[in-house]
Design a protein around this ligand. Structure first.
Ligand SMILES: [Zn+2]
Length: 213
């Protein structure tokens, strides 16, 4: 009897695993990341438990953080339409852009958070590489910037117009399921791709949200 139950349970677990394995593998897959020497480095990575301020995070990181100087230009990672430019109470000035579909046909909604200055507004059409904002001197003014001036860049699938949430939850329904940006670089998985004028980039791919030197 016990043996039958245990065989049944094992079968159920195997079936559940097979059903979920694609999602699980996608979520757990570790991508090797190559940062070009001229690209400002990622200070706190996707899924990192370590915050930008060196303290442990309360949940894993849903995006990537890039530190910059006051006035650091922030550029659009792909063509798109601006959904909103909002000063969110914890995140500070944040731009949400609908970048259309990725190369697998799934939506890319990008958040460019903790800005100092926003240079585009809702409804604006943006080009890849276009200057959309700058970092500022407000790292002490908003709790979620944690006193370190930086860009937080995050990819979601579902924008929300229900404004009951805060932080990323103000912009995204799937705020706690940030997609791995390293899947989408134009040069290929894990290959951080600097934006260069005049280069033709693969549709549905992204380039780095800060200019490379
Ligand atoms: Zn962040």
């Amino acid at each position: 009897m016990i043996k039958t139950v245990s065989v049944c349970l094992t079968t159920i677990l195997i079936v559940l695993f097979l059903v979920n394995s694609n999602d699980l593998l996608a979520a757990q897959k570790k991508i090797k990341i190559v940062t070009p020497p001229e690209a400002p480095p990622i200070a706190s990575g996707y899924k990192s438990r370590m915050g930008i301020n060196g303290q442990m995070r309360s949940q894993t990181h849903q995006g990537i953080d890039i530190i910059g100087k006051d006035g650091q230009p922030i550029i659009s990672v792909a063509p798109g339409i601006v959904l909103e430019s909002t000063i969110e109470k914890c995140w500070g000035p944040t731009i949400a852009i609908d970048h259309g579909n990725d190369f697998n046909g799934e939506k890319i909604i990008a958040l460019y958070g903790h800005l100092g200055e926003m240079l585009v507004s809702a409804g604006d059409k943006v080009q890849r590489g276009q200057l959309i904002g700058r970092l500022g001197n407000n790292q002490y003014d908003f709790k979620c910037i944690f006193k370190i001036r930086h860009l937080h860049f995050q990819i979601g699938r579902e924008y929300t117009t229900n404004k009951n949430g805060w932080g990323s939850g103000y912009f995204l329904k799937d705020w706690n399921n940030g997609r791995n940006p390293h899947y989408y670089w134009s040069d290929g998985e894990g290959l951080i791709t600097c934006y260069r004028d005049g280069v033709k980039y693969r549709e549905g791919s992204i380039t780095y949200p800060v200019p490379c030197e």
